[in-house]
Design a binder for this molecule. Structure first.
Ligand code: CUA
Length: 301
């Protein structure tokens, strides 16, 4: 892009400078009624203005074609790349790190400056995996297709991810986050994800969690593998990918992770119409107790 724009700017400046000079220098003066000498064809000029663009196009073309074909490079077998299996669900994202034995949801954690090799598929309908600031879109097609792509983040930070293919009533709410951290933090996160997680101390809450949540969700080594893994959910930037967590006192109690969890667990359909997360039969106090426990699930990394 930089090379192409530099060359184009230089061409614009030269052409406009010559045009301006000719318009001023050879304009018709007051009182001048003569017809200028009529000139047709000039081999030297014609060769110059044909050869210069050809040379410029070759200079632009070679790196462009190189880059475009580079986008299709396959890193799925590269031992230096981080392999990630992305599975799209109505309406959430599953991220599996097969080589590292880690599975998470809604928040993709990656190390900076490392090639991230993605194999994307869907569990149901057509979605599209998109992190606008980091890479192009990759569709997740029904029918067992696996589409590959790769990207790299050069700096740490948090990036917004979107589903970019209409997939149902909550398509526009199918957001996720990409958290880019330094390599040491990433290694600590992988280790922390594998640590066993203690169930709530209160036996009543622990039983409730086991019965109502862990029949589907997994937390640490507990629970089922089928639905979004909740390990470290208290430290995520969002609940359900769309309720933004904040400790900013400006929002009072509104956007804390605990409040967002209460809102989500009490009535998932109100947050994400069409979600498969069921509204479970819980009293307000039970919802609060579970939200409080989940909000405390934070990982050190
Ligand atoms: Cu998934 Cu739109």
């Amino acid at each position: 892009m930089k090379l192409t724009i530099t060359i184009m700017v230089i061409v614009v400046l030269v052409v406009f400078a010559i045009a301006g000079y000719v318009i001023l220098r050879y304009r018709r003066r007051p009182g001048d009624k003569s017809i200028p000498v009529q000139v047709e064809g000039n081999h030297k000029l014609e060769i110059i203005w044909t050869v210069i663009p050809i040379v410029l196009l070759i200079i632009i073309g070679i790196p462009t074609v190189n880059s475009v074909f580079g986008l299709a490079k396959d890193y799925t077998k590269d031992p230096n790349a981080i392999q990630i299996n992305v599975t799209a669900h109505q309406y959430w994202w599953e991220f599996e790190y097969p080589k590292l034995g880690v599975k998470t949801a809604q928040e993709l954690l990656i190390p900076e400056g490392t090639i991230i090799s993605v194999e994307a598929k869907t569990a149901d309908v057509l979605h599209s995996f998109w992190i606008p600031s980091l890479a192009g879109k990759t569709d997740t097609n029904p029918g067992g297709n696996v589409n590959t792509m790769y990207f790299k983040a050069d700096h740490t930070g948090v990036f917004l991810g979107k589903c970019a293919e209409l997939c149902g009533p909550s398509h526009s709410l199918m957001d996720f986050k990409v958290k880019v951290v330094d390599k040491a933090s990433f290694d600590r996160w992988v280790a922390a994800m594998k640590n066993p997680v203690a169930l709530p101390q209160d036996q009543e809450v622990a039983d409730l969690l086991n019965k109502q949540c862990l029949s589907c969700h997994a937390i640490g080594g507990n629970g089922g593998p089928a639905f979004p893994n909740l390990t470290g959910i208290g430290g995520r930037q969002t609940v359900a990918g769309i309720l933004v967590n904040t400790d900013d006192p400006k929002y009072k109690n509104e956007g804390t992770v605990e409040h967002n969890l209460e809102k989500w667990i009490s009535d998932p359909q109100a947050v994400k119409p069409g979600t498969l997360m069921p509204k479970v039969d819980l009293t307000q106090d039970q919802v609060k107790a579970i939200a409080k426990y989940l909000a405390g699930l934070k990982l050190d990394y």
